[in-house]
Design a protein. Structure first.
Length: 450
């Protein structure tokens, strides 16, 4: 049994001093406040959030899409560049990139990741001998990094709402129902060797990329598993869905699908007020990726209306252009301020902005990943992050101001546990050197290929 003693800790009922958390079998066995120091001693202990949306391979693209092309650059011009890039990726590249980005996530304070995994096949769409080859590489990366994993194999079988065939870079994503079923079962086998906190879900890519019938079909593959879907990210997407289905994406989904708390709707930056409150009422999680949404010019999620309606949300790093948990939370709040020309807009009278952001991300991310975590509470997985309160911006802070200073100033992750696995110590991942070396080798090969 591992003991962690925190001088201060954020518990479900609020802040407490001299808290000892006992870990047993990866879970929290007990939480005792007002206890004597013992075991591993940390300054501040928090529930560690899940990164609820990642495309691991896109980490290798950071900084490669920032030049202007002819006409107005947008998500769609970025996507064309992404398709050309992924034509070069091998399974070995994907494994090295995934391990590296997972390592960065742990050092940033994430205990787990929900990997929205759609790069399935070889260039040209030819299936590997093991159809789940790429899923297996993500699993191997998770074994290397130790980060908790919810794998979400993506169903992607059409190029638009009109059912047109996939083409170009999309061919590496595509599966019909039989192919997807084989891939999903292969992914389950690949995950069987990982720790018990590992989960397998499903991910119909978007309303553009799956048919109406396939959306229902894939949601039924694993009735208790998480379901993730890109939804209402771009204006052009909204217009295409409305033209094809006679309703906006969120309107149509809520009217035609049984959306419940196991759903996570990614982005949702293009919603009308009635869609925002309607989505909040389902108990589903809004998967927000503020840095990527800003990078791609997606738009601003209506966080104020959504949270006031009781909506649950979490954050993800999506394109992985910058792995920073505090940065995602900060930009979520700042985007609301810029739109509404106010300050502390997500705060509530009894909780500061930083605390609202942290608790929202921890609880919503855990729900979206189908992971029993999100709080420091007996029986949950020990997803824990410790902050170093000797950092200049955190020194002397207490209670909610610790989180405010960490998110809006500069703080440091000192230690991190994922389901009890101690991955980060002194701010450094225990496998950093080996993982970084493999990533550097993969990037050198990619540079030569490009």
């Amino acid at each position: 049994m591992t003991l962690i003693h925190a001088k201060t800790a954020l518990l479900p009922e609020g802040w407490a001093r001299d808290v000892t958390v006992a870990l047993d079998g990866g879970r929290i066995a007990s939480v005792v406040s007002g206890s004597a120091a013992g075991g591993i001693v940390v300054d501040c202990l928090l529930p560690a959030p899940v990164n609820l949306h990642s495309h691991a391979f896109q980490r290798a693209m950071a900084g490669l899409t920032e030049t202007r092309t002819a006409g107005q650059d947008s998500f769609w011009t970025w996507r064309s560049l992404m398709y050309r890039f992924l034509e070069r990726l091998t399974p070995e590249d994907v494994e090295a990139i995934a391990a590296f980005v997972q390592m960065e996530m742990a050092e940033a304070g994430y205990a787990a990741v929900a990997e929205f995994h759609y790069l399935h096949h070889a260039p040209g769409g030819v299936a590997y001998a093991n159809r789940a080859e790429m899923s297996e590489r993500i699993a191997i990366a998770a074994a290397e990094s130790g980060l908790g994993l919810t794998l979400l194999p993506v169903l992607y079988h059409q190029g638009g709402c009109d059912g047109r065939a996939l083409a170009g870079g999309q061919l590496r994503f595509g599966n019909d129902r039989d192919g997807y079923a084989d891939l999903w079962n292969g992914a389950a086998k690949a995950l069987a060797h990982l720790p018990r906190d590992t989960r397998l879900g499903v991910a119909p890519h978007s309303l553009r990329a799956v048919s109406r019938g396939s959306l229902d079909w894939v949601a039924g593959i694993a009735p208790q598993a998480p379901i993730h879907l890109h939804l209402a990210e771009q204006v052009a997407e909204v217009e295409e869905v409305k033209a094809a289905y006679g309703a906006r994406p969120v309107e149509w989904l809520l009217a035609n699908t049984d959306v419940d708390p196991r759903w996570c709707l990614i982005h949702a930056t293009q919603m009308e007020p009635h869609e925002t409150t309607g989505l909040a009422a389902t108990g589903a999680v809004a998967g927000l990726c503020p840095i990527t949404e800003a990078n791609l010019g997606d738009g601003i999620f209506d966080g104020v209306r959504f949270t006031q309606a009781g909506g649950r949300w979490g954050v993800g790093s999506d394109s992985n252009v910058d792995i920073t948990l505090s940065g995602e939370l900060r930009l979520f709040e700042y985007s609301q301020r810029l739109r509404d020309r106010g300050r502390a807009v997500l705060a509530v009278p009894e909780r500061s902005t930083g605390r609202v952001l942290w608790e929202g991300a921890a609880q919503g991310g855990a729900q979206a990943a189908g992971r029993e975590a999100g709080e420091i509470r007996e029986g949950l997985w020990a997803d824990l992050v410790a902050l170093d309160l000797s950092a200049p911006d955190l020194a002397g802070r207490e209670g909610d101001t610790i989180l405010d200073a960490f998110i809006f100033g500069k703080g440091a992750v000192a230690e991190l546990w994922s389901a009890g696995r101690h991955l980060v110590s002194g701010g450094r991942h225990h496998r950093r050197d080996a993982i970084a070396s493999a990533y550097a080798h993969a990037m050198a090969n990619l540079r030569e290929a490009l």
